[in-house]
Design a protein around this ligand. Structure first.
Ligand SMILES: Cc1cc2nc3c(=O)[nH]c(=O)nc-3n(C[C@H](O)[C@H](O)[C@H](O)COP(=O)(O)OP(=O)(O)OC[C@H]3O[C@@H](n4cnc5c(N)ncnc54)[C@H](O)[C@@H]3O)c2cc1C
Length: 404
């Protein structure tokens, strides 16, 4: 049997290794368009590679994927986060779980992941060709003929083909797969931070609120977790989650919308109001600036007071019901205008790609082209940050490699 894997990223490598383990007699070639293999693994996680996440509860894990979660749920029963951990650790890559549940190599260096995948590929006899981009796939009897971007590379035929070409920022990059009859979901960026050119809160850059709740006005989108104020606007998990779950809606809004921030992570506004009344009663003579509710960062508290028009010397007992209500609103429903986005630490994923309707998730085989399989981000699957995107590449690559 002749197998081709297209794409030398995380998904392509894992699919190739899985295929050679299950079909050792097969002749397998991995084609990579660029000169570099595993380029994203190298730069991932700030050069440390967030390989996976410690979450092993499949229902919870699948909720980390704005697109593809439902389908991945079944796939995780075959290859889940503990399988990833076991796979790497049993091959000489000890891993470390961070407090935030993200898992990195103990060596804190993505190169150890690359070395492991490369040495496994050598051991199993994966033939690798770099600088060999595929332009199109065409049926040739019971086989598939690959045509290369470079005319001097003659077409080659294979019995099975695994497509693992990663996310494409433009629909045109997926036309060769559309031509085969696959449905394509328009690609748009996911995982970005919010620009707030007109909001003075940017002057607080560097301030972190440990557990904020965010939402987008006029939508049902909600995020939570740490929120970081940046030079451009806002970032951190509470924002990145909104960008991931809202990737398509926010693109349609042309990245102009209002974000509402609940700085204190308390949804019940009456509870916040009662808390503020208690503070006012117990700290009657104190100036507002000198007593921070919910231990908010000092700079943020002072900013909110200024935003609400509370004078520097105002005391807690001078607020009255109106004043307390106003503070409660500032703490729980603080609104900012977003205009534009910025890539988060150069880390981004693509929402969209080959529609999951075109793929049988039991095998990752195309529903329209028998013998053609998919793995990784080329599909309409993406996760939030935290090692989830690689996990989906490992899982789908593993299943695709079975060629079932
Ligand atoms: C800077 C950055 C940091 C990241 N950090 C993390 C992290 O720490 N943890 C995490 O889980 N996720 C992270 N991600 C996301 C993660 O890297 C991707 O989701 C993952 O790499 C997808 O794997 P893939 O194999 O599907 O695609 P890719 O890694 O994109 O690989 C696809 C490969 O196919 C090749 N290719 C494309 N077209 C063709 C063609 N026509 N013919 C031949 N070859 C082709 C490409 O050159 C590429 O090498 C990060 C992303 C970025 C950009």
């Amino acid at each position: 049997m002749k197998i081709a894997v297209i794409g030398g990223g995380a998904a392509g490598f894992f699919a190739a290794l899985s295929a050679k383990e299950k079909h050792p007699q097969a002749h397998l070639t991995l084609f990579e368009k660029s000169q570099k293999l595993l380029a994203k693994v190298k730069v991932s996680g700030g050069g440390r590679c967030n390989v996976t996440n410690a979450c092993s509860d499949i229902a919870e894990l699948s909720r980390a994927y704005p697109r593809g979660g439902k389908k991945l749920k079944k796939a995780f029963h075959e290859f889940n986060t503990p399988d990833t951990i076991q796979w790497f650790e049993s091959r000489g890559v000890p891993l470390l779980v961070q407090e935030d549940q993200c898992i990195f190599p103990q060596a804190q260096d993505s190169q150890v992941v690359i070395d492991c995948l490369m040495s496994e590929a050598r051991r199993l006899g994966v033939h690798i060709e770099v600088g060999r981009g595929i332009a199109s796939i065409e049926p040739k009897g019971a086989q598939w003929e690959l045509r290369f971007l470079k005319a001097e590379n003659l077409p080659l035929s294979f019995d099975k083909v695994i497509v693992a070409t990663g996310g494409s920022p433009k629909r045109s990059g997926l036309e060769w797969l559309e031509a085969l009859g696959h449905k394509i979901e328009d690609p748009v960026p996911s995982l970005f931070t919010f620009n707030m050119p007109k909001e003075p809160i940017k002057k607080l850059m560097g301030v972190v609120v440990e557990n904020a709740v965010t939402s987008i006005q006029g939508t049902k989108l909600k995020g939570d977790g740490p929120l970081l104020i940046t030079h451009w606007g806002m970032s951190g998990p509470a924002i990145l989650k909104l960008s991931a779950f809202g990737a398509r809606i926010l693109s349609e809004m042309n990245y102009e919308f209002k974000v509402q921030v609940n700085w204190v992570n308390e949804q019940n506004h009456d509870v916040v109001l009662a808390g503020l009344s208690k503070i006012a009663a117990e700290n009657a003579q104190k100036q507002l600036a000198n007593f921070r509710p919910y231990l908010l960062p000092k700079r943020l508290w002072h900013y909110l007071l200024e935003k609400g028009g509370f004078g520097e010397n105002r005391r807690w007992n001078e607020l009255g019901k109106k004043g307390l209500n106003k503070i409660q609103m500032l703490l729980t429903n603080d609104t900012y205008a977003v205009q534009g986005k910025t890539t988060f630490k150069e880390e981004f994923v693509t929402c969209g790609g080959v529609s999951l309707d075109s793929i049988n998730f039991k095998t990752m085989e195309s529903r329209v082209c028998p013998g053609l399989y998919f793995a990784g981000e080329v599909m309409d699957i993406d996760g939030i940050t935290g090692g989830y995107n690689f996990q989906s590449a490992w899982t789908t690559g593993w299943i695709a490699g079975k060629l079932g």
